[in-house]
Design a binder for this molecule. Structure first.
Ligand code: MG
Length: 383
């Protein structure tokens, strides 16, 4: 078994679970967290939720499920080198997108707008809400009752207002502390995964071209090397070879930069990591610039491509229409959701009603949201 570094997250220094439970017999606490996440309903639904492309556009694109698995893979590779907790990183990676609405960011923005007067909607907070409250699985507690460290990793960012309501979990946002190295690693593994797979999916969808991508340093360096070294290589293989080299370059940069930072700051305990005042897992400055260049390119050319915009516009209409329908007429909801609405409304009035409707909509897959929209607004669609 791998020996953990003294600054790694370890169950002996864990801040524990909200509801006390006996220790697992043959697993670590973080393995148990990961296993609970894999068995959750929200995790299965990631298969039919998208990042950029809508699920029915094709079977070859990333979904939130395959994205989360890629994040876990990258995170675990980094964990092995740094001797930090691989099980915890895996748990955080697999859970990090559980709170996403259907239709990617377009969905989250419009749901946030619908919830403007009722506390807002933020996918990161929603991921926490899924594991803390919405999963109904266990006899002894609501949610999945995950460890503090997994929940700390899920909550990447948080407004001061929200942080004040989260108790111990919110403290770091008020005291300007940093999360575990495992949380920091999962966060950057997420970035590495999506920047690279969005290039791949964008090319596959024909929304991006190689000529365009050669404007971006990270891509150009690797692509030019690949075609010079392997003349005549098939396009598909040249693209994959380029992308795997881009991922490797970023992971190596992150490892080398982070190892140096860890050595400089010499944390002896996970609490040192939280107090040290800087992120110890990070890219070098030149790599941060290169990543920014890639991000800006993707924003302009992919995320704001007119074909993506068309789908986002449809997504907006669907989510808004569903919210209005359910918020104004609870009787349109299936019995279980209607009960949730009444329950939360009794607890916290109109804001509670809105929250229960948002929970229902956020939990939908892309295709289910489209179907619900049809069932409610299309007179010829059977209910
Ligand atoms: Mg992600």
């Amino acid at each position: 078994m791998q020996t953990l570094a003294p600054f790694a997250a370890d169950e002996t220094t864990s801040h524990g679970r909200v509801y006390d439970e006996p220790k697992p017999s043959y697993r670590s606490e973080y393995q148990r967290d990961r296993d609970r996440i894999i068995h959750s309903a929200a995790f299965r639904r990631l298969e039919y939720k998208t990042q950029v492309f809508v699920n029915h556009e094709g079977d070859m694109f990333r979904t939130r499920l395959t994205h989360s698995i890629e994040v876990a893979q990258i995170g675990r590779s980094i964990a092995r080198v740094l001797n930090i907790n691989e099980d915890l990183i895996e748990a955080i990676a697999l859970a990090h997108d559980l709170g996403h609405t259907p239709f990617g960011h377009a969905g989250q923005d419009v749901l946030n707008d619908c919830m403007r007067d009722h506390g807002g909607f933020e996918h990161n907070m929603q991921s926490l809400r899924v594991v803390d409250e919405l999963e109904e699985k266990y006899a002894d507690f609501p949610g999945l009752n995950l460890t503090f460290e997994t929940r700390e990793g899920i909550l990447k960012h948080c407004s001061v207002k929200n942080a004040q309501q989260l108790g111990e979990l919110g403290e770091r946002f008020l005291n300007k502390q940093h999360p575990s190295l495992e949380a920091q690693t999962a966060n950057l593994a997420d970035q590495i995964a999506y920047n690279n797979h969005d290039v791949d999916d964008g090319l596959r969808a024909g929304l991006l071209t190689i000529e365009q991508l050669r404007e971006v340093t990270l891509f150009r360096e690797q692509y030019d090397y690949v075609v010079a070294t392997y003349p005549g290589l098939q396009r598909r293989r040249a693209i994959h070879e380029t992308i795997r080299r881009m991922i490797n370059r970023q992971v190596v940069d992150l490892l080398e930069t982070s190892l140096e930072l860890i050595e400089d700051h010499n944390p002896r305990h996970i609490e040192d990591v939280r107090q040290v005042g800087v992120d110890l897992i990070t890219f070098s400055e030149p790599m941060q610039k290169l990543n920014l260049e890639m991000k800006q390119f993707l924003r302009e050319n992919l995320y704001r491509n007119y074909r993506v915009n068309r789908m986002s516009a449809k997504a907006e209409r669907i989510i808004r229409a569903l919210f209005v329908a359910f918020f104004t007429d609870v009787t349109l909801l299936p019995p279980e959701q209607a009960n949730n609405v009444r329950w939360l409304e009794k607890e916290s009035g109109e804001a509670g009603r809105a929250r229960a409707v948002a929970d229902y909509i956020a939990g939908m897959t892309d295709r289910f949201a489209i179907l619900e929209y049809e069932r409610i607004y299309n007179p010829t669609q059977l209910t």
